[in-house]
Write a protein that binds this ligand. Structure first.
Ligand SMILES: Nc1nc2c(ncn2[C@@H]2O[C@H](COP(=O)(O)OP(=O)(O)OP(=O)(O)O)[C@@H](O)[C@H]2O)c(=O)[nH]1
Length: 492
C-alpha cells in the first residue's frame, strides 16, 4: 500500500491517526467532543493549519448559507471559528468553480484544491484572503443528503491532498455523520419519551409481512416489562389480549387496505405481565410498498382506561335502577332482547306490589324505599342466574325466565308471589322500634312467541303479561294470572 500521498503527505500516518482518533472518540463524553477529537487527530497527523466543519443551512439558486460550527486549528493565530464573518455566512454562487464544487458536494463528491492553480475569481480571492495554499473538502452526508462539509486547510504547503487524502477525509466524514445521527436519534428518543409521558401514550410499529413488532420503551413499561427489556414479540403481545379483542384485532389487520383507507383504529384491553388490565386506543396508519400493498402499520397506543371505566359507569347508571341496583326498563329491554336472540323458550312475568301506596302513606317514602329494596332481594333469591330481573318503575317489576314449560313457569310465579306474601318485611328504624310490614304481590305471566323477532316478541309479551296483571289486580290481587300460555291461541 502506498504510504506516501502526493507531495509527500504521509497517508499511512493519516489513517493511523484517524483510527486512534476514532478510538479516543468512543470514550468521549459527548458527540461534539467525539468530533473535536477526530478533527484534532487528522489535523495533527496531516500537518494541516485547520480542520473544520461547515453546516449547510440553506442552498438556493444563487447563494449558499453556511455556519462554521467546528474547528481544529494548529495555532490560535490561524483560528477562524470565532470570527463573526463565519457565523451564518452567505456566499454567492457566481464563481463557476465554486458553484460546480457546491453542486458536486450535494451529490457526495469531495474536492482537493491548490489555490494558486485556481482560475481568477471569487473563490480564489476568498481562499487567498484566508491565506490558504491548499485544501481538501468532502461532504458529510446524512440520509443521503449533504448535511455539511468537512474541510482541511493548509496555509503552509500548496500540495494536492490527492485521492488517498480524500479517502481519509471521506471516512472521517462518515464517522462524523454517525456521531451526528446518533445524537439526533438520542435527542429524538428523549423528545419522544417526553411526549409519550405527557400524552400518556406509546409508539409501535408492526410489519405486516414478517410479523415483526417494535414498541417504544413507554409501551414496554405499560405492558409491565422492565425498561431495559429489548423486544416484546408480537405473539406475546397477542397473548395478552382477551380472546375476542385478539380475534377482532387480527380481523381488522387482515382487512384489505388502500392508500385512501390508510387510517386504522381500535380499542383493546391488554393484560400487563403483572396481571393488571388496561384499555388502549390503538391509532395507526398503514404504510405501502411502491406496488401499493400494505407493508407496515405504524401507530400510537393511548391509555384510555380512565375514560373506559367512566363510560362503563355511565352505561351502568343508564341501565340500572339506583335504588334497588337491578336493571331498569332500558337495561331490561336490552338484556332481554340479547337473551331472546340466544335462547328460544322464555316466559315473561310482570309483578306489581299490592296497595303499596299505603306503605308510603302510613310510614313515609324512605320506608317505602327500604321495602322496595327488600322485595328486590326476595325476588332475586327465587331466580336463577340466567333469569333477568328488572324494576320497571314504581312498585312494578318484570322478570324474563329462562324456562319454556308452562307448568314450571307457573310454579316459579307462584313461588315468587309467596316469597312476598308469606312473611312480613322487617324495617329497621333508628328512631323507633322496627316495623313488620306484610305485603302481597300480583303477578301477570305471558309465554313469549319465539317465532317473532326478539324485540317484537318482547313488546307483545309485556303487553300480554300486563293484561294478565290487570286481571290479577281486579279479581282480588295476591295471585298469579296467566295471559295465554301458547301465544298462537291468543287470537282465538
Ligand atoms: N317509596 C317509594 N314509593 C314509590 C316509588 N315509586 C313509586 N312509588 C309509590 O308507589 C305507589 C304506587 O301506588 P299505586 O299505583 O296507587 O298502586 P298501589 O298502591 O300499589 O295499588 P295497586 O297497585 O293497585 O295494588 C305510589 O304511592 C308511588 O308514590 C319509589 O321509588 N319509592
Amino acid at each position: 500500500m502506498t504510504s506516501v500521498g502526493f507531495n509527500g503527505r504521509d497517508i499511512n500516518g493519516l489513517w493511523q491517526a484517524l483510527a486512534q482518533g476514532a478510538e479516543r472518540a468512543m470514550t468521549a463524553s459527548s458527540w461534539t467532543e467525539s468530533i473535536q477529537t477526530l478533527l484534532a487527530s487528522l489535523g495533527q497527523a496531516g500537518g494541516a493549519s485547520r480542520v473544520w466543519i461547515f453546516q449547510l443551512i440553506e442552498l438556493s439558486q444563487d447563494t449558499i448559507l453556511q455556519d462554521y460550527i467546528f474547528e481544529w486549528a494548529s495555532d490560535a493565530a490561524v483560528s477562524q471559528l470565532v470570527r463573526p464573518n463565519f457565523r451564518f455566512f452567505e456566499t454567492a454562487l457566481d464563481d463557476p468553480v465554486f458553484r460546480q464544487i457546491v453542486e458536486a458536494r450535494q451529490l457526495g463528491q469531495g474536492h482537493t484544491l491548490i489555490v494558486d492553480e485556481l482560475p481568477d475569481g471569487a473563490l480564489k480571492r476568498n481562499l487567498q484572503t484566508q491565506r490558504i495554499l491548499s485544501m481538501a473538502t468532502v461532504p458529510i452526508m446524512l440520509h443521503g443528503r449533504c448535511w455539511g462539509t468537512l474541510g482541511i486547510d493548509d496555509c503552509q504547503h500548496g500540495d494536492d491532498w490527492g485521492e488517498h487524502g480524500l479517502a481519509v477525509l471521506r471516512v472521517t466524514a462518515e464517522l462524523i455523520a454517525g456521531y451526528i445521527y446518533r445524537s439526533m436519534l438520542d435527542s429524538r428518543s428523549r423528545q419522544l419519551e417526553l411526549f409519550q409521558r405527557v400524552a400518556d401514550c406509546a409508539v409501535w410499529e408492526l410489519s405486516l409481512q414478517t410479523g415483526e413488532f417494535w414498541c417504544s420503551r413507554a409501551m414496554r413499561l405499560l405492558l409491565g416489562y422492565p425498561a431495559s427489556y429489548p423486544h416484546v414479540p408480537w405473539r406475546r403481545l397477542l397473548k395478552s389480549l382477551p380472546d375476542d379483542d385478539r380475534r377482532e384485532l387480527l380481523r381488522k389487520l387482515r382487512e384489505p387496505r388502500s392508500r385512501e383507507s390508510a387510517q386504522w383504529r381500535m380499542d383493546v384491553r391488554v393484560r400487563s405481565i403483572k396481571g393488571t388490565s388496561k384499555w388502549y386506543e390503538l391509532v395507526g396508519e398503514f404504510e405501502f410498498s411502491e406496488e401499493g400493498s400494505a407493508t407496515h402499520l405504524v401507530g400510537l397506543a393511548l391509555d384510555i382506561t380512565e375514560r373506559k371505566v367512566h363510560e362503563q359507569e355511565t352505561q351502568e347508571a343508564a341501565f340500572h335502577d339506583p335504588l334497588t341496583q337491578v336493571l331498569n326498563r332500558r337495561g331490561f329491554e336490552q338484556r332481554a332482547v340479547e337473551s331472546l336472540a340466544q335462547q328460544s323458550k322464555q316466559a315473561l312475568l310482570v309483578l306489581d306490589l299490592d296497595y303499596f301506596k299505603r306503605v308510603n302513606d302510613a310510614h313515609g317514602h324512605p320506608v317505602g324505599d327500604q321495602v322496595l329494596v327488600l322485595v328486590t332481594q326476595r325476588l332475586r333469591q327465587q331466580l336463577r342466574g340466567q333469569d333477568i330481573l328488572a324494576r320497571m318503575g314504581g312498585e312494578e317489576f318484570v322478570i324474563l325466565l329462562g324456562l319454556g314449560a308452562p307448568k314450571e313457569v307457573l310454579a316459579v310465579a307462584e313461588r315468587l308471589r309467596l316469597s312476598i306474601a308469606d312473611w312480613p318485611f322487617t324495617i329497621e328504624s333508628e328512631t323507633s322500634t322496627s316495623l313488620a310490614l306484610s305485603l302481597t304481590v300480583s303477578v301477570g305471566v305471558a309465554m313469549l312467541d319465539t317465532t317473532l323477532a326478539p324485540s317484537l316478541a318482547l313488546s307483545r309479551g309485556i303487553a300480554r303479561a300486563d293484561k294478565a296483571l290487570y286481571q290479577s289486580k281486579h279479581t282480588g290481587r295476591n295471585q298469579v294470572y296467566v295471559s295465554q300460555l301458547m301465544p298462537e291461541k291468543e287470537s282465538s
